[in-house]
Design a protein around this ligand. Structure first.
Ligand code: SF4
Length: 276
């Protein structure tokens, strides 16, 4: 990818003129600020970056950035992004969404994107609630959270564990950051973009409207992880994880899937690579 001279772009160059409609105090403000800062640090040419999202509060991010964007349908951001990257290997492809979009209806795509290891950077803003539809339990909601009239006594279900799933399924880069620590988040986004393969960055991003207690995340997060290429070690670290450890957990060496030619790229070709 061509890049222009150092410091030619600043974060503002990657922002659109649209004013975000997120609630005041929403963690997603800090996430888009970190993303645009990372793009500026990497001096990526805006026309060579594409942002794909699904549906939800956080999935509005492509509209708020000036790079190419595609606001897709619920849970389908990853297949759209995979197809784009297959056809346009020259683009830096970022994917954004939330826990409902990515881990419920999109959960199947999440696992297979990890397994395929196409060179994408997937940023999930997890607030353990469906914010856009006014506060229902999501896959990562605690079993006993009774904040929704639909589940006044909680769901009683074990929360989905995104990092364990990503590591099991074969993601080659896994990190967790907190929206309230934008420096660390920016660093992880830069590293995720640099990494050749599927990068999953799990962002604790409070929904201050439907989960106001998440304001306390700032007192609970703790920088814990240094990257390892040893999956067993990464799994061991997750056994001790309280859900608030941050850092890059795993950075593997599995090569990214790259089609021989853009014309020949297809899901069948990708799947054939993993056939037994
Ligand atoms: Fe953010 Fe929650 Fe408001 Fe959505 S509902 S914009 S996640 S604070």
């Amino acid at each position: 990818m061509d890049t222009l001279a150092s410091n030619e772009y600043v974060a503002q160059d990657y922002k659109s003129d649209l004013k975000p409609v997120w609630c005041p105090g929403c963690g997603d403000y800090s996430v888009i600020a970190s993303i645009t800062k990372a793009l500026a640090e990497l001096q990526l040419v805006p026309e060579e970056v594409a942002f794909v999202s699904g549906i939800g509060c956080s999935s509005r991010i492509p509209a708020y950035s000036s790079v190419y964007g595609f606001h897709g349908v619920h849970g389908r951001a990853l297949p759209i992004a995979t197809g784009l990257k297959m056809a346009r290997q020259d683009l830096t492809v970022l994917v954004a969404g939330g826990d409902g979009d990515g881990f419920s209806i999109g959960g199947n795509h999440f696992m297979h994107a990890c397994r395929r290891n196409v060179d994408l950077t997937y940023i999930v803003m997890d607030n353990s609630v469906y914010g856009m539809t006014k506060g229902q339990a999501s896959p990562t909601t605690e079993a006993d959270w009774g904040g929704s009239k639909l589940t006044p006594n909680g769901t009683g279900l074990l929360p989905f564990q995104p990092l364990e799933i990503a590591l099991s399924a074969g993601a080659s880069f896994i990190g967790r950051a907190f929206s309230g620590q934008p420096g660390e988040l920016t660093r992880q986004i830069c590293e995720g973009i640099h990494h050749k393969g599927f990068s999953f960055i799990h962002v604790l991003s409070p929904c201050v409207t439907y989960r106001p207690e998440q304001r306390a995340y700032k007192d609970r997060v703790h920088q814990e992880w240094q990257p390892t290429a040893d999956r067993t070690e990464a799994f061991r670290k997750l056994l001790d994880d309280d859900g608030f450890s941050t850092g890059i957990l795993y950075k593997g060496t599995k090569p990214a899937f790259v089609p021989e030619t853009a014309e020949r790229a297809s899901f069948a070709e990708i799947e054939a690579q993993f056939a037994v």
